[in-house]
Every structure is written in C-alpha cells, then in structure tokens.
Ligand binder design. Structure first.
Ligand code: C2E
Ligand code: CA
Ligand code: CA
Ligand code: CA
Length: 277
C-alpha cells in the first residue's frame, strides 16, 4: 500500500514539477531575449463606425524566438508576468511603440497609440517615470497615449490603483480591456478615470446570432455614452458582426475584418492609403 501511495504521489506531482521546470527554463530564455531585444511590436488599427477613419492603433507584442519563430503573448506572457520579466519587456514595447508612433506622426499620420499593461507593470513604481520619459523623448502628447488594462485585474491592489492615478495625472488615457468578462465591470467604471471601454470579443462573436449578446452590446454602448466614454468592439471578423456592432451604437471596431496586426511599416502604408489625399 505504501508503495502504491508512493507511486501515486510521483504520478501526481511529476507533471507539476515538469511544468515548474519548463516555466523556469522559459524565464531564463525570456531574460536573455530582453538582453538581445528579441521582442517586436505589431500594430492593429481601430476604425470609427461613423466614418471609417482610423481612430487609434494598438501595440501587440511578439517574441521573435531564434528557433521557434514569432511567438504570441499566450506563449510567454504568463511566465513573464509571474517572474517579473514582463517589466523590462513592457518597457521595450512602450519605447518601441512610442518611437513608431512618433515616426508616423513625422510622416503626417497622427493616431492615438494604445499600449497594453499588465497589473504588475502598473503596480511597478517606475512605470509612470518610464511613460513620461517616452512621451518627452518622442514629443508625444500625453492624451495621444492610452494604456489598456484588463478589466478582471484592474482592481486587484492599491499599487495598481496608484499606478493608474499616476498615469491619469500625466494626462495619459486609460482603456479597460476585455470589458464585460470580469466581475467588477461597473465598479471599474465608477472608480477609475476610464476614457475608453474595449468590449470583449466574446460578445462580438455572438452579436449576429445571440439576442443576449446584442442586448449586452447595446447596453454597454448606451451606458458608455452616458458616462462620456469611447467604445471599441474587439475581434470583429466579418461584415455581419460589423453591422451589429454599428447598430448597437459602438464608436469603433478592431479586428481581422479591418486589418490583422502588422509590422510598423505596413501599418504606416495602410494609414497613408486610407487618409492620404
Ligand atoms: P488583447 O489586448 O485583448 O488583444 C487582442 C487580441 O486579439 C490580440 O491577440 C489580437 O491579435 C487578437 N485579435 C485581433 N483581431 C482579432 C479578431 O478579429 N479575431 C480574433 N479572434 N482575435 C483578434 P494577441 O496579439 O495574441 O495578444 C493577446 C493578449 O496579450 C492581448 O489581448 C493582451 O492582453 C496581451 N498583450 C499583447 N501585447 C502586450 C504587451 O505589450 N504587454 C502586455 N502586458 N500584454 C500584451
Ligand atoms: Ca488590449
Ligand atoms: Ca483619463
Ligand atoms: Ca481584449
């Protein structure tokens, strides 16, 4: 019996140990990737449902892994967040994105820049200083930068709250990401200086077929309008979804229908093609 229990124990624990080992190895690799600046930033536009103009672009990080190709955030961000590597990664993304936004502006394409920030980035005491330095270096107006925070994690800690207040003090905008998926959506709007609400793609996916999702989209649009907030629907993949989002009164759309996330150069070409003479 003792032997069986021992065997069970090993079976139960070994996958966890393996996961911890894999995570530790990934963390080591991520630190090296920071040193070698292997992170690249792709951009995806948001366009107005009213006139189709580009209102903003979102920066989305990728890891140009030397052997595994271009990795998505899902492949490394959890480990980065739990090991603190997300801090230097986030700084590289912010610097790169601000430099790219300044380059577009210098070529006549001024758009608002959305950059994602994890809870630990927001809670980090240096975050506000890094943001301010990026704005000053590239002569970006504070209001041109919008930091996206995932709704479900927003209210976790006083340190996050403090980070949000520092950003607001700088005049930087705040967007609530994945809106509607957490437990505290309405509290978030009441307690944080939110400017933009990004409605989670799960509601958009069902908008054309599910009456409930349609109702949710409409309710969010109406509430946001009353509160003076901009609304963006994420994950719009086809014309039918776009139509429902428009009908619900959402201000802007983002998704594969408009453009997949693309490198900076491609985004600039796309911008020039839309708003050019
Ligand atoms: P998110 O902020 O909600 O970003 C939207 C995600 O949906 C992106 O995935 C984007 O590529 C994808 N997407 C865009 N259009 C469509 C569409 O029409 N349909 C579908 N199904 N998906 C679409 P991605 O780039 O893999 O990023 C995943 C998440 O990783 C982001 O979700 C964000 O939470 C996080 N993330 C990305 N970049 C950064 C970063 O620089 N810093 C931090 N802290 N987090 C980041
Ligand atoms: Ca986002
Ligand atoms: Ca604000
Ligand atoms: Ca989202």
């Amino acid at each position: 019996a003792a032997k069986a229990a021992g065997k069970n124990r090993v079976q139960t624990f070994s996958p966890t140990l393996l996961d911890v080992d894999a995570a530790a190895a990934l963390a080591v690799e991520l630190r090296a990737a920071v040193e070698k600046e292997q992170f690249v930033v792709l951009y995806q536009p948001m366009v107005s449902t009213r006139d189709g103009r580009c209102t903003a672009v979102e920066a989305l990080v990728r890891w140009a892994h030397p052997t595994r190709g271009l990795l998505a955030p899902a492949d490394f961000l959890d480990v980065a967040e739990h090991t603190g590597v997300v801090i230097p990664i986030g700084e590289q993304v912010l610097r790169r994105a601000c430099a790219d936004a300044a380059a577009w502006r210098d070529r006549g394409e001024t758009v608002a820049l959305h950059v994602n920030a994890s809870p630990s980035q927001l809670a980090h005491p240096r975050f506000g200083a890094v943001v301010r330095e990026c704005l000053e270096t590239h002569l970006l107006a504070p209001g041109q930068l919008i930091i996206e925070i995932t709704e479900s994690t927003v209210l976790d800690s006083p340190a996050v709250q403090a980070g949000v207040e520092v950003l607001a003090g700088l005049g930087v905008g705040l967007a609530v990401d994945d809106f509607g998926t957490g437990y505290s959506a309405l509290t978030t709007l009441r307690t944080l200086p939110v400017d933009v609400v990004k409605i989670d793609k799960s509601f958009v996916a069902g908008a054309a077929t599910e009456v409930a999702d349609q109702a949710v989209l409409e309710a969010i649009a109406q509430m946001a309008a009353r509160l003076g907030l901009q609304t963006v629907a994420e994950g719009v993949e086809d014309a039918e979804q776009q139509r429902f989002v428009e009908q619900a009164g959402i201000d802007a759309v983002q998704g594969y229908l408009v453009l997949h996330p693309v490198p900076a150069g491609e985004l600039r070409t796309w911008l020039a093609g839309r708003t050019g003479p």
